[in-house]
Ligand binder design. Sequence first.
Ligand code: ATP
Ligand code: MN
Length: 482
Amino acid sequence: MSQRTKIKALLESEETHIEVTVKGWIRTFRNNQFIALNDGSTNNNIQVVVDFENTDPNLLKRLTTGAAISVTGELVPSLGKGQKVEIKAKTIEVLGDCDPEKYPLQPKKHRLEFLREIAHLRFRTNTFGAVFRIRNSMAFAIHQFFYERGFVYLHTPIITASDAEGAGETFHVTNFDLANPPKTESGEVDFKQDFFGRATNLTVSGQLEGELGALALSDIYTFGPTFRAENSNTTRHLAEFWMIEPEMAFYDLVDNMNLAEELLKHLIKYVLEKHPDDVEFLSQRLEDEEKQKPQHERSEMSLVEKLKFCLENDFERLTYTEAIEILKESTPNKKKKFQYPIEGWGTDLQSEHERYLVEKHFKKPVILTDYPKQIKAFYMRQNEPDAQGRETVRAMDILFPGIGEIVGGSQREERLDKLEQRMDEMGIPKDELWWYLDTRRFGTCPHAGFGLGFERMIQFVTGMNNIRDVIPFPRFPKNAEF
Ligand code: ATP
Ligand code: MN
């Protein structure tokens, strides 16, 4: 194998008139002369100039869109516009032919829905190349952010016996012959005879185990796959998604919000710095897409502007109670434009309300805190009731334009008696979570944490509208192809 240089490096090369070898897939071949070659290292193609008069016509015929080739030639300054350098081919070898009659990817714009059906090939498009390069960088930036701050990357289990919030919606893990599982005398499935000797499921969150780590290592984070069998066919939910869950000892809710805001800004900044070409391409893609929409539905800012805006402005912080007041007095509420009108205090906000706050009222990311106790999980720290006796918890949700909830977190209830009381009220089995409660029995301390949905963050940064287009192989109801 001869030494090959990646296209990204060649396009940035200061040196010309050197012999180079490139390998990649043909995007287009024009006039029997110009190959646009891409190897995935950058969104930009390198132009290969073919001396067609001195090239075997049989070889020319095999230079089709999608074919894999190896080219050796001279890197020269380009006369054409749009590129600094190009390659004058000396030898071209076809590594893998690609029948243009059968190849599903044509050199034209394809619909995202169609590309989802050929997800095994969609990496070869400009859009998905950009999305998955950014996804990769963002994963790195997340580890870098926490590593630099002394956080321990803790691997929490994927198979668990607990359902973190008691919210249900788990995928069962079993070794049973499903047609004929062993039964107990009373006729129920006997999980004592299953692989783990008990009923198990795929994790819905690593938080509870994460807390165990934080109460010894101080600052930890998890970053792994998460599974929820929620039957919600939305543009923001997957059945398998990746979540980042930091958990910090001696943090209160304000420390927690500060860290989350810092992390989100770090990620945006990182992508803007490292992927100017990809972001620019995606920004243009979004603008073209928006042109199909009626004027009033188009966003006021381009993708790049939106990202910079988020970087440069503090997120708006307010309580649930304050948000309800704003929503109650809002024009859409008074004109009965909300599908779910805001009547009283205590119900959960719908995405139409969140979007109003973020996109219309504040026009920037919003952190809502101190939600009613009734609508939040058992482990959130309880506030003293307010003057009207309303009970809230130290929760925080971060809401982003176009996405809605991107982060959910809270200060955790560290007081054993309060925690047990809440578990009883909500019917959470204390005996099953004995290990969780042990942290409150032995050296408990104030602590806090949050969960950031990795794909939702990628959606925001890439401007992709559907979450199924920011994970290589999306899992959602009735789909597990590839
Ligand atoms: P939502 O109300 O949007 O369903 P949630 O309240 O269920 O979110 P959490 O349990 O707080 O979310 O999870 C933390 C984060 O994980 C969310 O803020 C979101 O970014 C992400 N997330 C939650 N569910 C999904 C999902 N099904 N697919 C992708 N990301 C998700
Ligand atoms: Mn949910």
